[in-house]
Design a protein around this ligand. Structure first.
Ligand SMILES: [Zn+2]
Length: 141
């Protein structure tokens, strides 16, 4: 039996699949060989591993979106962060300019971080999706 046949047999018999790329995974594997997604049972329960697993999903959705639905999801998730950050900056910048207070300036750093994370997540995801679609069209013609 070839390796390909063995993989097909595993799939048909209900072998575990990677939740990110649907590649068959070996029982007990902690990461997918193809895409690197965390597969541990503990990734769903332990706080640190759970953060890594969720971070992987966000990272993959931003870096390699393959459908418009992924981009729309990123817009929803990161849009909330971007809007919150921008509204905070809208309030914070005039306060800093008026009072010129160092403590007030330092307290606004999280607002800047929120805005940067939100806007850059949307921008990177959208740009990567546009580039992906352009490559698909280029290969089709
Ligand atoms: Zn995978």
């Amino acid at each position: 039996m070839s390796k390909e046949d063995a993989e097909c047999r595993e799939i048909l018999e209900g072998a575990d699949l990677c939740l990110c790329c649907l590649e068959p995974v070996r029982p007990g594997a902690s990461r997918c060989v193809k895409c690197g997604a965390p597969l541990d049972f503990f990734a769903a329960t332990l706080p640190f591993l759970r953060v890594l697993a969720e971070g992987f999903v966000y990272h993959r959705a931003v870096q390699t979106p393959r459908s418009w639905w992924s981009v729309a999801g990123i817009w929803l998730i990161f849009g909330e962060t971007a809007v919150g950050g921008l509204l905070s900056l809208w309030w914070w910048v005039p306060m800093v300019l008026e009072f010129r207070n160092l403590e007030l300036l330092i307290r606004g750093i999280p607002f800047v971080a929120l805005t940067v994370v939100g806007v850059s997540g949307i921008a990177i995801s959208t740009a990567n999706y546009v580039a992906y679609r352009r490559c698909l069209r280029g290969n089709a013609s």
